[in-house]
Design a protein around this ligand. Sequence first.
Ligand SMILES: Nc1nc2c(ncn2[C@@H]2O[C@H](COP(=O)(O)OP(=O)(O)OP(=O)(O)O)[C@@H](O)[C@H]2O)c(=O)[nH]1
Ligand SMILES: [Mg+2]
Length: 233
Amino acid sequence: MNYNKAEFVTSYGRFSQIPKSDRLEFAFSGRSNVGKSSLINKLLNRKNLARVSAVPGKTVTINFFSLENIYIVDLPGYGYANVSKTEKAKWGDLIGGYLGDGERELALVFQLIDMRHPPSKDDLQMIDYLIDCEIPFVIIFTKADKLKPTARKARMDAFRTEIPCFEDITCVPFSTVTGEGVEEVRAIIEEIAEGAEIIPPEECGEFDEDFEDGNDDTPPKPFSGFLTPNRRK
Ligand SMILES: Nc1nc2c(ncn2[C@@H]2O[C@H](COP(=O)(O)OP(=O)(O)OP(=O)(O)O)[C@@H](O)[C@H]2O)c(=O)[nH]1
Ligand SMILES: [Mg+2]
């Protein structure tokens, strides 16, 4: 996948403005200031394609970027204290509408958590929501460069008990400063985008029995399911 060829497509301020999916979408979710836009820029080798906000929580829009045959979707940050009721309602309409729209070709949500701190109440609510709605997701721990090794280990140990189903969730430490995690996130996107066929859980494993030795056809590759229990049906 050529990450240098990404383009900004559009910003939507209301869920009703977003057209139906016409390709797989990879969404980046997390509280305001956690580093969503910075991560997207790093992934796409651009300085300011996704705008990095000096003032967090100011723009409540969903931003779409096209990358070959997929969309990268920058979701509005949540959890910023000083926003008006109107802004909060807008956020609810956008995020609730987007994640709750079962018709979208939502391949995966990258849920970003600041590695320096315990997940916020909103982060945990979001993780519970993703699990309940069976939306596949991966957790990215951002700003990894800001922690010394001992503090990092302590946080990673703590996340085990702080985050539900932690053992089943793929987690990627990430830093825009050191570049840690960039290739891992790209590999996850590519595995899904290029392997595109998502096989329903009830059909997974069946090909083992049906697949005959000596047949040159490669058997269908089941979606590896970054969080098996919440795989989308
Ligand atoms: N040291 C360090 N700083 C980072 C990293 N990622 C983001 N930042 C900084 O964190 C701040 C917020 O980054 P954004 O990318 O704007 O965060 P966001 O999640 O898009 O925020 P909203 O758009 O308000 O939801 C900026 O000052 C970034 O430079 C990182 O990996 N390391
Ligand atoms: Mg942003």
